[in-house]
Design a protein around this ligand. Structure first.
Ligand code: HEM
Length: 200
């Protein structure tokens, strides 16, 4: 039997002898980061693309988003069963605390963004005539409960979830700036790399 002690989510008080994340945690981190960045670029460029490109680009955005949701589930399962290396004890307490808060919020967003997008898309009035498929190959369902609502309510939900999706995007930009900014501060100003912990 594995005798690893039970540690609650985000417990940093317990000592951790690892100096790096596991390979699986690294792979999930960078795949999700890539998916999110590509998705933001696709979504923000959709309006300025030629008409014929918009639908394929949005379909790719949806497919990447659902993939990110699947990876996010794996990531959280992995996180619950594999404790990450503790942040260096030499970092001030406020910095460790804010890093943890940012990480928890980022975990929330990797679910909130795809879920709000999926809800928004399920309330789309043309959803029935435009079935969703992942990368054009795998048929993917919309959320039936939302699709079954009367048209007026669906229209309202479409707008509501669309605004929520946009606002989650704004929160993401702020958190990403703090997350990347923090990592670069440790790299260049403190000269105490944390990026290396997430690199093979
Ligand atoms: C990694 C996950 C995702 C991220 C980071 C993301 C991000 C974004 C962003 C930043 C926008 C632009 C919002 C604005 O400024 O108004 C957007 C739009 C949109 N997203 Fe997502 N999204 C994700 C997942 C999804 C999913 C899973 C779906 C649907 C299944 C979806 C459907 C849409 C739709 C339909 C739009 C509106 C595009 C348009 O017509 O301009 N998104 N998304």
């Amino acid at each position: 039997m594995n005798a690893r002690p039970e540690v609650p989510f985000y417990d940093t008080a317990s000592p951790n002898t690892r100096s790096r994340y596991t390979r699986t945690a690294m792979a999930l981190h960078w795949l999700i980061a890539l998916g999110i960045i590509v998705n933001v670029v696709l979504a923000l460029s959709a309006d300025s693309l030629p008409d014929g490109w918009v639908r394929p680009v949005i379909n790719t955005h949806k497919s990447i988003g659902i993939t990110v949701l699947g990876l996010a589930i794996l990531r959280v399962l992995w996180r619950f069963t594999h404790r990450p290396p503790a942040l260096p004890a030499s970092f001030p307490k406020w910095e460790r605390a804010s890093a943890h808060i940012a990480h928890i919020l980022l975990y929330g967003l990797i679910f909130a963004l795809p879920l709000s997008g999926w809800l928004h898309d399920s309330a789309w009035k043309d959803a029935l005539t435009h079935p969703m498929s992942l990368f054009g190959f795998i048929p993917w369902p919309r959320i039936g409960f939302i699709m079954d609502q009367p048209p007026a309510l669906k229209e309202h939900l479409h707008t509501l979830f669309g605004s929520l999706h946009t606002w989650f995007g704004y929160v993401l930009y702020v958190l990403l700036a703090l997350h990347v900014g923090g990592a670069l501060k440790h790299e260049w100003i403190d000269r105490h790399s944390v990026i290396r912990r997430m690199l093979p």
